[in-house]
Design a protein around this ligand. Structure first.
Ligand code: GLN
Length: 489
């Protein structure tokens, strides 16, 4: 086995025993990036020189006896998280030349543990999309089939893990952007409870929904990365300080006898692929064989979640993106007539189609004549969805179902049809609306492509999700690997 094929915990064993050095590990990944990146296009920028320097520092930490779980481990960061002195573009022309003067808190966390950043990942512009086709720079390809999308918006993060370009990556999830690409690329992705991970330095999309989380090769690694990035941050006022910082590795037990697992009858809706449905039904059987108790629950407002999400998220985006006015930072127009024209031209040139669509939608929903009809109504639906979950969680410990209604779709298939694209998030969006934690892990193949199982838990109960996911992962034993087929360029 090559070093770049290993998980974080396997690499950590070798580093601890001093069988390999951090520089050797990093070189193996940099070589892999050179080999597969021309096919996959997962990265907006590669940070090879920076990575070698960091790997040397990691080797010093190891020599000094300061090794921890992430020392010397190669990571890719989604390009909407600020990295000091390293370009952070949000896959937008608006920020094409933006070099942040500071690190996001999560980046700072990883740096202090000695993780080695090898690149920044492609995404849909400002994290708006489900396929990475909205990136202003390139479309990432799915390593399982290069003619298909990797999902989005953290498509580069998920594809880079699936293609072994890094041992793990960070993504952000506003309506499914960690879980859906993880599902389509056959890797593990987790959106933590809102408030568990600091958003400081994450370029804001929809502030009441955004959350950063890990994308990894297995559930153990997910727990390891979660340990590294959770915790109170005074720089983010929505970061919670009253939850115990658990060691998430303690939850990695294969015993789930008596665990109460809910599935919602609303999951089996129109638009769910037959193959995905079969895999989910098999997963439920596996949980039953493991001694869990399966209970039917109802999430009766689920059908309204997408509509509510696209109003709330767009409303917040229209406000958050107002700062890109061509004056303070970001793209500035060269030719304009007066101040208003300068704003207009800068924004027209800097933003792509989908971002403009959301700004218009959000501005409309917030405008005085329509505020009650749209924005306030969406907030009411948000409350009803939260209550759906609260009720369900009186009866069950976790809820399982599909992450995405389909496997990876073809590049170009949905990009001209925003509503079809938005449907990719039908199972993930309600979880953000309720602020709950959710994880996606592979549970089988359909049409030769990975299917993701979503496990949703109570607020701050990431531990139970990890327990269920770990037990399932062992029982399911998903070993298929991407084939990089198709996609002649
Ligand atoms: N696909 C969803 C959207 O376009 C979710 C994006 C995300 O989670 N960042 O809004």
């Amino acid at each position: 086995m090559e070093l770049h094929e290993l998980t974080i915990h396997e690499l950590n064993d070798l580093l601890k025993k001093k069988e390999v050095s951090a520089v050797e590990v990093t070189n193996s990944y940099l070589k892999r990036i050179n080999e597969v990146e021309p096919k996959v296009d997962a990265l907006i920028c590669e940070t090879a020189d920076f990575a070698i320097k960091k790997a040397e520092e990691a080797d010093k930490m190891i020599r000094d006896g300061n090794i921890n779980d992430l020392t010397g481990i190669p990571v890719v960061i989604k390009d909407n998280m600020c990295t000091e002195n390293i370009r952070t573009t949000c896959a937008s022309k608006m920020l094409e030349d933006f070099i942040p003067p500071y690190n996001a808190t999560v980046v700072e966390n990883l740096n202090s543990l000695g993780a080695v950043m090898v690149g920044k990942a492609n995404l849909d512009e400002f994290a708006m999309g489900s396929s990475t086709e909205n990136s202003a720079f390139k479309t990432t390809k799915n390593p399982w089939d290069l003619e298909r999308v990797p999902g989005g918006s953290s498509g580069g993060s998920a594809a880079s893990v699936a293609a072994d370009e890094c041992a793990f990556s960070l993504g952000s999830d506003t309506g499914g952007s960690i879980r859906q690409p993880a599902s389509l690329c056959g890797v593990v992705g987790m959106k933590p409870t809102y408030g568990l991970v600091s958003r400081y330095g994450l370029v804001a999309f929809a502030s009441s929904l955004d959350q950063i989380g890990p994308i990894t090769k297995d559930v153990t690694d997910c727990a390891i990365v979660l340990n590294a990035i959770t915790g109170h941050d005074p720089k983010d006022s929505t970061s919670v300080d009253n939850v115990r910082k658990s060691d998430y590795k303690e939850f990695l037990k294969d015993e789930i006898k008596g665990m109460k697992i809910g599935y919602a009858k609303e999951f089996f809706r129109q638009g769910l692929d037959e193959g995905v449905k079969k895999s989910i039904e098999n997963a439920l059987k596996t949980f039953e064989e493991l001694g869990a108790e399966i209970r039917e629950i109802s999430l009766k407002y689920m059908d309204y979640a997408l509509a509510a999400y696209y109003i709330v998220a767009s409303a917040e985006a229209s406000s958050n993106l107002a700062r890109y006015d061509g004056i303070r930072y970001g793209h500035a127009a060269e030719k304009y007539e007066d101040l208003i024209d300068m704003y207009m031209v800068s924004r027209s040139e800097g933003f792509g189609k989908e971002v403009k669509r959301r700004i218009m939608l959000g501005t409309y929903a917030l405008s005085s004549g329509y505020y009650d009809a749209y924005y306030n109504k969406a907030l009411k639906v948000r409350t009803l969805i939260k209550q759906d979950y609260e009720k369900a969680f009186q009866d069950v410990d976790v809820i399982v179902g599909p992450t995405s209604p389909t496997v990876a779709f073809k590049i170009g298939e949905r990009v001209e049809d925003p509503l079809a694209m938005y449907l990719a998030d039908v199972y993930t969006v309600p979880v953000n609306i309720a602020g709950l934690p959710g994880l996606s892990l592979p549970c089988g193949l359909s049409e030769g492509l990975p299917v993701g199982l979503q496990i949703v838990g109570k607020h701050f109960d990431e531990g139970t999700i990890l327990n269920a996911a770990y037990a399932f992962e062992k029982a399911c034993n998903f070993t298929a690997k991407p084939s990089f087929k198709g996609g002649a360029k």
